[in-house]
Design a binder for this molecule. Structure first.
Ligand code: HEC
Length: 138
């Protein structure tokens, strides 16, 4: 069981499918290390994005700002996370961030509407007063 599954995964990684959702590819590259490929996170370390209120909010601004500037010191569903989330404002374009946001809002039972890159362009102009999170990237 394990054998053929792993072999299949390796083939996918080695030969990217051009038709595969761009948001999914980016999510797997930049977010899955912490939040996991299925969006369930790691209890006590990384919050789940599956069923998360920020991810599913009708207005995507908090989600977009989380990806742009990182997250620190926020209590999520009663849990305080010691780790911080790194910021991606210098690493990812507006289109890429919008694609990742849209992906997280439309998988694992999540239900938020599509995110327009213009929202990211606008949010970039107002970084948080305390500066972006200083967490290192994985
Ligand atoms: C190095 C690990 C790490 C990576 C990589 C990472 N995150 Fe996070 N993320 C966290 C941690 C830790 C928190 C919680 C921080 C806190 O509570 O202060 C968090 C919080 C969040 C939140 C806020 C949830 C809420 O309800 O407030 C969102 C949304 C999020 N991450 C999305 C993403 C996306 C999308 C990516 C990829 C672009 C990503 N994260 C990459 C560690 C990570």
């Amino acid at each position: 069981m394990r054998g053929w599954k792993d072999a299949g995964m390796l083939t996918v990684l080695a030969t990217p499918d051009p038709n595969k959702d761009k948001g999914e590819v980016l999510y797997n590259a930049h977010c899955a290390t912490c939040h996991q490929g299925d969006g369930t996170g790691l209890p006590a370390h990384f919050p789940p994005l599956k069923g998360d209120e920020v991810v599913n909010a009708p207005d995507p601004i908090t989600l977009v700002r989380a990806i742009l500037f990182g997250v620190k010191g926020v209590e999520i569903k009663g849990v305080k996370y010691e780790a911080q989330m790194p910021h991606f404002d210098r690493q990812l374009s507006d289109e890429e961030i919008a694609a990742i946001a849209t992906f997280t809002r439309s998988h694992w039972g999540n239900y938020g509407p599509k995110v327009n890159p213009a929202v990211v362009t606008e949010a970039r102009k107002t970084p948080p007063a305390q500066g972006p999170s200083d967490a290192p990237h994985p």
